[in-house]
Design a protein around this ligand. Structure first.
Ligand SMILES: [Zn+2]
Length: 444
């Protein structure tokens, strides 16, 4: 019987290698991966030919910029044209052993196929990531994410591979989950940030003393922006007396593309599996280190369906300086919002989610809001329309000034604030239209 090497998921030579070595490694992987895509996927062969590019023309990582983008719409269209997985697939169907699928909240769910080798690569990375967050074979790990086609489901196998006792709890009612955590004295769980908060509150309501009756020391979170907001993490940490680690995954790539090490200074990226570009969404030119830009991803090893220059629509920032933990991989420093939603007010990026976060915290407001952008004397101006709540008895001016101050301190944007009676703003039955742009030109 093989003896498990407890250090096998801390590969010091790889994880602390100089940046130049990472770049060489990615270039070698990328050359082989582009060739695989071109030779085996009808879609990529056609798309590269049409763009007049060939994998043999890639001599440096920058040469990737000559290759065409793909996006969610292309994935969906090709899947409908060539069911069930589309012609980006680059292996015979008999080699596909697993699929995840997106929720389909923005249309037809797109399926992401894996070969057995792809799946093993993913779990190896998952185990390495868990190790970096302090999970050890002595831990009892409770996985309470959805197993139904959701790419976060199989991540439990990464903890199992590392040697932790792995409890496949799934999404069960909170009382049942608390009973499982208590019975097996789980030391770590994975859930969403909002559920971690809810579960802690439920435990207290049920008379469970979280620190005495339970043994949770680590909480992994993903799937919501809250995990990357330090205040949200600190609130959950205080409630549970545990350490919170944010993870980032993407159904069309794999479960945990990045996760926090014990230093919690950004999320270490799976750099030997996925190449990142952070681009100005309009010009397609890379932004400076640390600046916000659209995240464009290229797989380096995933053979079943290579993803070459996938536009995620996520506005992110990255750092590539060394981390205090010794790892030298790039770190995802923040997911700031969706490209579709970004406004630029006097040179400052603003996402409706920034406004929403403040509006939802203030109980004197209904939480409904609208952003009106105008142009006055060559400058963009923003008016935020809000509704006071039924219960609020104070004056509109005080409420408006409070919101203005909060928005300025959170986002750096100065706005006019208009307080309306409750029910004055239109309610949308599907995705709400929150922005009205009266500037004309590119935004209209
Ligand atoms: Zn680190």
């Amino acid at each position: 019987m093989a003896v498990r090497d407890e250090k096998q998921y801390w590969d010091e030579a790889l994880e602390t290698q100089p940046r130049a070595r990472w770049e060489e490694m990615k270039l070698a992987l990328l050359k082989a991966h582009l060739r695989h895509a071109y030779l085996n996927s009808p879609y990529y062969r056609n798309s590269f030919d049409q763009a007049g590019v060939h994998p043999d023309q890639l001599h440096a990582l920058d040469d990737l910029r000559r290759f065409p983008f793909i996006d969610k719409r292309i994935l969906r269209d090709r899947q409908l044209a060539v069911p069930p997985f589309g012609d980006l697939v680059a292996v015979p169907e008999r080699d596909i052993v697993y699929i995840s699928a997106s929720s389909g909240s923005t249309g037809v769910p797109t399926a992401s196929p894996f070969t057995a080798g792809d799946f093993d690569d993913w779990m190896d990375y998952e185990a390495r990531q868990f190790w970096s967050s302090g999970l050890r074979p002595e831990d009892r790990y409770c996985h309470s994410l959805n197993f139904s086609l959701f790419v976060g489901g199989p991540c439990v196998l990464g903890a199992q591979k590392l040697g932790a006792l792995s409890i496949h709890a799934g999404t069960v009612p909170s009382e049942r989950l608390l009973a499982i955590i208590r019975q097996f004295q789980a030391t770590a769980i994975w859930t969403t940030p909002s559920y971690a908060w809810y579960l802690g509150e439920t435990a207290e309501k049920e008379g469970i003393d979280i620190r005495r009756d339970l043994n949770i020391r680590r909480i992994f979170v993903a799937g919501e922006p809250g995990g990357s907001i330090p205040e949200t993490r600190r609130r959950i940490e205080a409630l549970w007396g545990a350490s919170v680690y944010d993870y980032y995954g993407l159904s069309d790539i794999f479960g945990a593309c990045a996760g926090m090490c014990e230093e919690k200074d950004g999320l270490h990226w799976a750099e030997d599996h996925i190449l990142v570009e952070v681009l100005d969404p309009e010009s397609g030119i890379p932004v400076a280190e640390g600046e916000r830009g659209e995240m464009v991803l290229t797989t380096l090893r995933k053979t079943a369906r290579p993803m070459i220059r996938f536009r995620t629509g996520d506005i992110v920032s990255f750092a590539s300086g060394p981390c205090r933990c010794g790892r030298t991989s790039q770190r995802l420093m923040g997911v700031h919002g969706r490209l579709d939603d970004m406004l630029i007010i006097k040179g400052v990026n603003l996402f409706p989610s920034d406004v929403e976060a403040i509006a939802r915290q203030d109980h004197d407001l209904t939480g409904e809001y609208k952003l009106v952008v105008t142009r006055e004397a060559q400058l963009d101006a923003l008016t935020v329309e809000l509704e006071r709540s039924h219960a609020y008895q104070g004056g509109n001016e005080a409420l408006a000034q409070r919101f203005q101050r909060q928005l300025k301190s959170v986002s750096g944007v100065s706005a006019r604030v208009s307080i309306l009676p409750p029910g004055a703003l239109p309610r949308a039955t599907h995705k709400a239209r929150r922005i009205e742009d009266r500037r004309g030109g590119v935004w209209s």
